[in-house]
Design a protein. Structure first.
Length: 356
């Protein structure tokens, strides 16, 4: 099982500039590369200060010049907000700039807030149609001339300019339902999943959907990868209560997520206050004690034990989700501890990942 870093600039007030946040992102990425991580993933979000990333591609292009080996993944672009020609060309250009290190992750989108502003108010639930149409169109544009007559997009004969350095840029699908797993496997894509605030039984369920999809498609000769993305915070074994800072930081993240996902309050200059704790009374999954168990929070030994379980399930990539509302120094300390005391237990697989 290899490791990757999932990261955004996070801003909960204006005490730190965007420039400093971006330099922090670069530093954490370089730290992950030095620690043997295979990939850095950056997603797409709009008008939200708590996940600053109107496009992952320029950030990844900059990181291409500041790194040497780590792969550069869009985790993920939101399909309804992209034209296939633009997506194919920009990802191929990233591949050229990085000398073949690009990875394309695609999602249908989740926040109605964004759909109201980026897709004319279409329902976020309809984003799956665009995702399923975008991916094969992009793959055909990378291959050569292609004309498209679909439900979402129509265009005459076109091609990707430039073409990717890689024979085929790896494509990942953000999957949760059995249908999205089926689609990914049938179309030669890898699968990325997140259990969010649920426990490891949710990881088992998601892996089961992935395995079922593979079993349903015996014509697929190359087994796709499955990546589990999970909030991660590692603390020293000498700090018995060290877990609490991570759990509280992740709780604030999910309270902020709730404020945006509900889309019921107009933000002020890109900021929304986290939903108040009293809103979650009776919802055990939001408590710090529950998050201590469900998020990847613990001492190095505790984290290794849980990751071994993921590895035994067949998970091929674990993504260290660094978004957690904590300071840069706290994030850096946690990531370094993961690199120093967790990664060595999986060192063989990660050496292979870096050289792939």
């Amino acid at each position: 099982m290899r490791f990757s870093l999932f990261i955004h600039m996070e801003r909960y007030d204006d005490s730190i500039s965007h420039e400093e946040h971006f330099e922090n992102l670069v530093e954490l990425t370089q730290l992950a590369e030095a620690g043997g991580f295979s990939t850095v993933w950056i997603g797409e979000h709009h008008s939200m200060e708590y996940t600053i990333s109107p496009s992952p591609i320029p950030q990844l292009a900059y990181l291409a010049a500041r790194t040497k080996t780590i792969r550069l993944g869009s985790g993920t672009i939101i399909a309804p907000f992209w034209d296939p020609i633009r997506a194919a060309g920009e990802m191929a250009l990233l591949d050229v700039i990085s000398n073949g290190r690009a990875e394309l992750g695609v999602a249908r989108g989740a926040y109605q807030f964004e759909f109201d502003r980026m897709a004319g108010g279409m329902s976020a639930a309809e984003g799956g149609t665009a995702m399923q149409e975008l991916i094969p169109a992009v793959q055909k544009l990378w291959a050569g001339d292609y004309a498209h007559d679909g439900e979402v997009w129509k265009f005459p004969t076109s091609t990707s300019v430039p073409k990717p350095v890689q024979k085929q840029i790896p494509v990942w699908v953000a999957a949760r339902s059995p249908e999205s797993h089926e689609y990914a496997v049938a179309n030669g894509c890898h699968v990325m999943v997140t259990p969010l605030m649920k426990g490891d039984e949710e990881v088992e369920s998601l892996v089961e959907k992935y395995e079922t999809a593979i079993a349903n498609h015996p014509e697929i000769t190359k087994r796709p990868d499955i990546m589990v993305l999970r909030h991660t915070y590692v603390h020293s074994a000498q700090e018995p209560e060290g877990w609490r800072a991570g759990a509280e930081g992740i709780q604030k993240f999910y309270r902020t997520f709730d404020a945006w996902f509900g889309n019921k309050t107009t933000p002020t200059n890109g900021f929304l206050e986290p939903s108040p704790l009293e809103k979650f009374e009776g919802r055990e999954e939001f408590t710090v004690d529950s998050l201590h168990k469900t998020a990847m929070i613990g001492t190095p030994d505790e984290v290794v034990e849980r990751l071994r379980n993921y590895e035994s399930m067949g998970v091929t990539e674990y993504s260290f989700w660094s978004d957690n509302t904590l300071s840069h120094e706290e994030k850096k300390r946690s990531l370094q501890l993961f690199i120093d005391e967790v990664v060595p237990h999986f060192v063989d697989s990660n050496k292979l990942a870096v050289s792939k």
